[in-house]
Design a protein around this ligand. Structure first.
Ligand code: GLN
Length: 249
């Protein structure tokens, strides 16, 4: 399963967020510590999205993150108060290409999926049938993660982010009960993360909140997040609620 992280806080170097810490996201690409049976390394590309004022920008590469010099030279030149990054371990049968690397973005949102939908594509066929033909044509890649991104964008048109994520999790689990659905979604101001059948931790400091598949260092303040929960974070605080606690549409 891929690894991802999200950051909200004081302005920081986008590139250094990928390399910071003894268990940085880059180190997790070749030596992850908590894959829970979902693969061994995350060498099928990486991506990072950050916000420049209200505009989301991104950089993605289908090669292993450790091979790309931009991580140490160009990316540290950009600074942001909000970042989402991911290293990918392609699910068997899914293509290794730039367009399949998270984060997926549009003008406001960035999204990453750490996990797998078992039985894909049949298990998401009902959900997919609600997506308009125009949205369907915007599918970035033939992967479960990319398809869920298109469905989520559809849901975000009528639902707030929490309700949209709750709906997405609940509807995918209805047809693929063992699906691993660790999502990370941000509009650059707030960040939303789900933990469903996979690892997630949060670190709150004086001036930031970091959400990550694995703690990126040995800071004792990392909080492990319970399974089947939703984390909602701003730069100064985060809350955790159970996914089945609230009614959804
Ligand atoms: N299933 C997704 C993909 O192949 C995510 C991969 C993962 O989390 N290992 O893109």
């Amino acid at each position: 399963m891929c690894r991802h992280l999200g950051y909200l806080g004081s302005s920081t170097s986008v590139g250094s967020l990928l390399t910071r810490g003894t268990n940085s996201l880059r180190n997790q690409s070749f030596a992850p510590t908590d894959m829970r049976g979902g693969g061994t390394i995350n060498a099928d590309g990486f991506g990072v999205a950050w916000w420049d004022e209200q505009t989301v920008r991104s950089y993605r590469n289908p090669m292993p993150i450790w091979t790309d010099p931009a991580v140490d030279d160009a990316l540290p030149q950009s600074k942001s108060t909000s970042v989402i990054a991911a290293v990918r371990s392609a699910t068997v049968g899914m293509p290794v290409e730039r367009s399949a690397c998270a984060p997926f973005t549009d003008e406001r949102w960035a999204f990453s999926h750490n996990g797998v939908v078992f039985g894909w594509p049949d298990t998401v066929a009902d959900l997919w049938s609600r997506v308009s033909p125009v949205d369907a044509l915007m599918l970035p890649a033939p992967t479960d993660a990319a398809a869920l991104w298109i469905v989520l964008r559809h849901l975000l048109r009528t639902l707030d982010p929490e309700s949209a994520l709750r709906t997405l999790v609940s509807e995918v689990l209805a047809t693929s009960p063992k699906a691993r659905l660790n999502f990370l979604l941000s509009d650059g101001t707030s960040m939303y993360a789900t933990a469903v059948h996979h690892s997630l931790s949060v670190l709150q400091t004086e001036d930031s909140v970091m959400i990550a598949s694995e703690p990126t260092d040995d800071d004792p303040d990392w909080t492990p997040i319970d399974d089947r929960t939703l984390v909602v974070a701003t730069a100064s605080e985060f809350t955790v609620s159970h996914l089945d606690e609230q009614e959804h549409t």
